[in-house]
Design a protein around this ligand. Structure first.
Ligand code: CP
Length: 340
C-alpha cells in the first residue's frame, strides 16, 4: 500500500473526502481520538498564519500528540528545493536533507509555502511541498501552497451544515477587491471542492485574465463531467449573484501578470465594484456567504454582510480544527505496508 499524503483534494475521491467530513462532524459532536498518542507533527511555516498554526497545534494536542512549529523564514536554515541547485546563495540547507532528518524525528510533516510571486510557470509546480513529499518518509499535509485543501474541507463542512446535500446547489465564487495581488490557492481549492461535490459553480471575475490556472479549470470541468453540476465563468455581476445559494469571496492576482503586477492594475480596476454588499446579496436565494479569513472588511465584504447571520466565515474557520484532526488521524493511522 502506498503512503497517502494530503497535498490536494484532487488526489482524494469524493467519498474519501466525505468520510473526512463525517469524521470531522463526529469530532464536533464530541468524539474522542488518541490517534497521535506518542506521535509528533512538524508544522513548517514559510509564511504567516493565525488559524492554521493554532488549529493544527491544538488538534495534535487533542489527538494525544505533540506539535512542533518551525518558522522556516527566520528560525530554521533558509532552504533550497531545486534539484541540482548550486547552493552558493542564501540557502544553507536542501529540502532533501531537511525532509529526511525531520522524518526521522516526527510522524507527520505539514507545510505552508506560498508562491514567491515571481514566475508562475515554475511556481505552479508547487516545488517546495512537492520536494518534501518526494524526500520525506512520513505523510505530508498541505497547510496552503498553491491550493489550500484543509480550508476546502472546512468550507464544505460549513456548507453541508447549512445547505444539506450541496449537489445541484448554486455556488458563486466571486473575485473581490484587495489592494495587493494575492495567492490563487483558496480560489483554486473552492473551485475544486464545489465542483467535486456536484455544485453548479459560477466564477465571477472582472476580466478573463483572472481565470484560474488551466490545471484547476480543467480538473473542475472533469469533476462536473464525472459527478454532475456545472461550471460557468462570467463577468456579469447581476447574473452571477442571481439565485445563488452560497457566495464565496476571494481576491487573487491575475496569472498572466505574475511577477509583473504594475501591468495588472488596469484589469484590477475593472473589479473595483466587486465588494460583496447587501444589495448584491439581495439578488441571491437568501445565500450564505463565506471567506477563508483573514479578510479586509469594507474592501472585500461590507460590514453589513459580515455582521449578518448569513456570514459563515467564523464557522468555517472553527471547522479547521475538526477537519484537520480528521486528516491527521487518517494519515497517522494508515497502514503503509512499508511503502515510503
Ligand atoms: N485561512 C487561513 O489559512 O488562515 P491563516 O492564514 O491565519 O492560517
Amino acid at each position: 500500500m502506498i503512503m497517502r499524503n494530503f497535498l490536494s483534494t484532487a488526489d482524494w475521491t469524493r467519498s474519501e473526502l466525505q468520510a473526512l467530513l463525517d469524521r470531522a462532524s463526529a469530532f464536533k459532536s464530541g468524539a474522542v481520538s488518541r490517534a497521535l498518542e506518542g506521535k509528533t507533527i512538524a508544522l513548517v511555516f514559510f509564511n504567516p498564519s493565525l488559524r492554521t498554526r493554532s488549529s493544527f497545534d491544538i488538534g495534535a494536542h487533542q489527538l494525544g500528540g505533540h506539535a512542533i512549529v518551525l518558522d522556516a523564514k527566520g528560525a530554521t536554515w533558509p532552504m533550497e528545493f531545486a534539484p541540482g541547485a548550486v547552493m552558493d546563495g542564501d540557502e544553507e540547507e536542501h529540502v532533501k536533507e531537511a525532509a529526511r532528518v525531520l522524518s526521522s524525528y516526527v510522524d507527520l510533516i505539514a507545510i505552508r509555502c506560498f508562491p514567491a510571486f515571481k514566475n508562475w510557470q515554475t511556481e505552479r509546480e508547487d516545488p517546495m511541498i512537492t520536494a518534501f513529499a518526494e524526500h520525506a518518509t512520513v505523510p505530508i499535509i498541505n497547510m496552503e501552497t498553491i491550493v489550500h485543501p484543509c480550508q476546502e474541507l472546512a468550507m464544505m463542512l460549513a456548507l453541508q451544515a447549512h445547505l444539506g446535500d450541496v449537489a445541484g446547489k448554486e455556488f458563486l465564487l466571486t473575485w473581490v477587491p484587495h489592494p495587493k495581488p494575492l495567492n490563487t490557492a483558496v480560489a483554486n481549492s473552492a473551485l475544486l471542492m464545489a465542483t467535486k461535490f456536484g455544485m453548479n459553480v459560477r466564477m465571477l471575475i472582472p476580466d478573463e485574465v483572472y481565470r484560474l490556472d488551466e490545471r484547476y479549470m480543467s480538473a473542475a470541468e472533469g469533476f462536473v463531467a464525472d459527478g454532475g453540476g456545472s461550471l460557468t465563468v462570467t463577468t456579469d455581476v447581476e447574473a452571477a449573484y442571481s439565485g445563488a445559494d452560497a457566495v464565496y469571496a476571494k481576491s487573487w492576482g491575475a496569472l498572466p501578470f505574475f511577477g509583473n503586477w504594475d501591468e495588472e492594475a488596469p484589469f484590477r480596476a475593472k473589479g473595483a465594484d466587486f465588494m460583496i454588499t447587501p444589495e448584491k446579496m439581495a439578488l441571491t436565494n437568501n445565500a450564505v456567504v463565506s471567506h477563508c479569513l483573514p479578510m479586509r472588511r469594507n474592501v472585500k465584504i461590507a460590514d453589513a454582510v459580515v455582521d449578518s447571520p448569513a456570514f459563515l466565515g467564523i464557522e468555517e474557520a472553527s471547522n479547521r480544527l475538526p477537519v484537520q484532526k480528521a486528516v491527521m488521524e487518517a494519515l497517522a493511522t494508515q497502514s503503509t505496508g512499508g511503502a515510503g
